[in-house]
Each structure stands twice: as C-alpha cells, then as structure tokens.
Design a protein around this ligand. Structure first.
Ligand code: APR
Length: 229
C-alpha cells in the first residue's frame, strides 16, 4: 500500500490561465509582496489588499482545471493507499477537478475570515474594508489567505503525512517559500521516493531523487498513467 503525498504550486494552474508568482511578469513582478500579502499591508492599506484579492478571486472563478488537475483527481479516486494533496494554491482548481483530500496550506480565495472571532465563511466575489463579520458583526473581515509572516494551515497534519509517505511528488512550485520548500527533505527522511515535475528544475531540484521537466498538463497525466495501470 503506497502512501502518496502531492505538493502543488502556481505552476500547475499556469495552463489554466492563472499567473504564477516568480516567473517572468509574474504576480510579484506586478505587486510588491509587502504591499499586498502581509498583515502589515492589510493594516496600512486594506482597500489595496482587498482589490488585489478581489481581482485574483474573479480570475480564479473564471478559470477551469487543466489536464494536470484532472489527472490528480483521477489518481486520488483510483489509489488504494493513503493519498493527500497539499496545495500552496488558493485558486480552487483542484476542487473543480474533483479532488477532495486537499490541504489548502496557504488558504483559499473563495473563503473569508474574521480576525476578531476567527469565523470563516464563503467569501463574496468582492470583499471590502468594513464588511461586517456574519457571526460577530465586527468590521474585521479579511481574505482567508495565509500572508507572509503567518503560519500556514494544518502543518501538524502535513508533517504526519510526510513522515509516513512512500512517494512525494512536487508539481509546479519554485521551492522558494518555506515551509513547503522543505517538504521534500521531510519525505526523504521518511524514506519516500521524491519526484519533482516542473517546467524547469526548481531551486530545490537537487533534493529530489527524480526530476522531470516539462509542462504540467502533459507530464502529470503521463505520470498518473504510470500509477493507475
Ligand atoms: N507546468 C509546470 N510548471 C510550471 C508551469 C507549467 N505550465 N509554468 C510555470 N511552472 C513552474 C515555474 O517554473 C516555477 O518553478 O511553476 C513554478 C511557479 O513558482 P512560483 O511562481 O514561485 O509559485 P509557487 O512556487 O507556487 O509559490 C509558492 O509563494 O508567494 C507565495 O503564497 C505564494 O503559494 C505561493 C508560494
């Protein structure tokens, strides 16, 4: 029984038309992280931060899953061992493809959070400064996104799965952001085979036992076909 752990990043959604962060012209070339993706930014200029996520929420709502997302959903359905999909992405495309066993370690664009009472709900298409929390009415609502300097979600659960992984596959991530960038080391320590599927070798490529270079929409279905024969 093979325990599979998958990690995905923005590269898996690139062919669905959603921009990545660090590629040429990516999101972090258009906006400074400290202006739109930190608690301090939200404190200083909440309208700007809401505008940034409102735009991305609208783009994600229009986007559809590509063959890579669909292949991972198929693998989850057919795999008899344990299966966990950890995504750094907030775009909801894995759900649209039919994946269910997902950890959104960086949050989700289509969820909102009250930073007074911690209540979470489905985000409206457009979030605005001063929107009241549906539960406590505090005007303290924010996108349910993990910003730089904040702790990603469900890390204990993630490390438990990495400690029992037989196969760890990283797809479409530059390996620039921790703790996700260190998952390969955790999996290797557990004795797992480690595979990177990426458009180009990531900054963590040397940590992987196997690296395949190419587009996710081609490579992921090919790789899944090897595992669902
Ligand atoms: N197929 C496969 N890989 C691709 C494709 C593609 N079609 N297009 C781009 N890539 C690869 C790029 O080569 C790059 O290595 O996807 C990776 C995207 O890297 P980033 O833009 O850094 O995105 P990601 O790794 O998801 O960023 C991690 O950083 O800013 C934070 O919270 C944000 O979750 C994000 C985290």
């Amino acid at each position: 029984m093979t325990n599979i752990v998958i990690l995905t990043g923005a590269g898996i959604s690139a062919e669905s038309g959603l921009g990545t962060f660090r590629d040429e012209g990516g999101l972090w070339a258009q906006h400074r992280i400290e202006d739109v993706a930190t608690p301090g930014a939200f404190e200083r200029t909440p309208d700007l931060v809401h505008a940034f996520y409102n735009t991305r929420r609208a783009q994600a709502a229009e986007a559809g899953p590509n063959a890579a997302h669909l292949a991972l959903a198929k693998l989850e359905q057919h795999h008899s061992g344990s299966f966990l999909l950890i995504t750094q992405n907030v775009d909801g495309l894995h759900e649209k493809a039919g994946s269910r066993k997902i950890i959104h370690m960086h949050g989700q664009l289509d969820r909102a959070l009250c930073h007074v009472c911690g209540y979470r709900w489905d985000a409206p298409t457009v979030m605005q400064t001063g929107d009241p929390c549906p539960k406590c009415a505090a005007q303290a609502t924010r996108p349910d996104i993990v910003w730089f300097g904040e702790m990603p979600y469900q890390m204990d659960f993630i490390y438990e799965h990495l400690a029992n992984a037989d196969l760890f596959v990283s797809i479409g991530t530059s390996g620039e952001v921790y703790p996700a960038a260190n998952f390969v080391a955790e999996a290797k320590h557990a004795g797992a085979h480690t595979l990177e599927l990426n458009l180009e070798p990531s900054s963590r490529a040397s940590a992987f036992a196997e690296v395949r270079v190419g587009k996710a929409s081609q490579m992921v279905p090919e790789w899944v076909a090897e595992h669902t024969l």
